[in-house]
Design a protein around this ligand. Structure first.
Ligand SMILES: [Zn+2]
Length: 147
């Protein structure tokens, strides 16, 4: 659940990539070739214990989805974020935090409702979206973050 299987296009080996390490230049364990995860990357699940260090060490612009499993709009947004993670692999990191289980990180960032998307650049919050918005608009906002 917290990793994905990426097949190496060169040697065919199946590589188990932890979701938190998708953006750290993954390489094939057998032939050492760099693995591209376009279309395969998934949102990185964060928690109160790793939220701050992950944001602080992120090598790319980052979007965090603050969600709750009991929230309907959050559940509708989830597959959109899955697609964004694959689309923006190598340019931006998509992450998610379950606010019902990780209230400290949500509180620290003054999250008042879910879903809230917080955009980070160089570890600093630079943009946010409260509520679900259509996928094309969301793509534009992430493009702007990357630009
Ligand atoms: Zn390989």
């Amino acid at each position: 659940m917290h990793s994905l299987i990426a097949q190496c296009p060169a040697c065919g080996a199946k590589n188990n990539i932890p979701l938190a390490k998708q953006h750290l230049s993954p390489r094939c364990g057998r032939c050492k070739l760099p693995l591209a995860l376009h279309g395969q990357a998934l949102p990185v699940p964060l928690s109160d214990s790793n939220f701050a260090p992950f944001i602080g060490g992120a090598p790319l612009p980052l979007v965090v989805d603050f969600y709750s499993p009991s929230c309907g709009p959050c559940r509708m947004l989830a597959p959109v974020l899955d697609r964004l993670a694959g689309r923006f692999w190598g340019r931006a990191i998509i992450a998610k935090l379950d606010t019902s289980r990780n209230p400290a990180s949500a509180g620290r960032h003054q999250i008042r409702g879910v879903p809230t998307l917080l955009f980070f650049k160089n570890s600093q919050p630079v943009d946010q979206i409260v509520g679900a918005i259509p996928e094309p608009q969301l793509i534009q906002r992430v493009e702007a973050l990357c630009g």
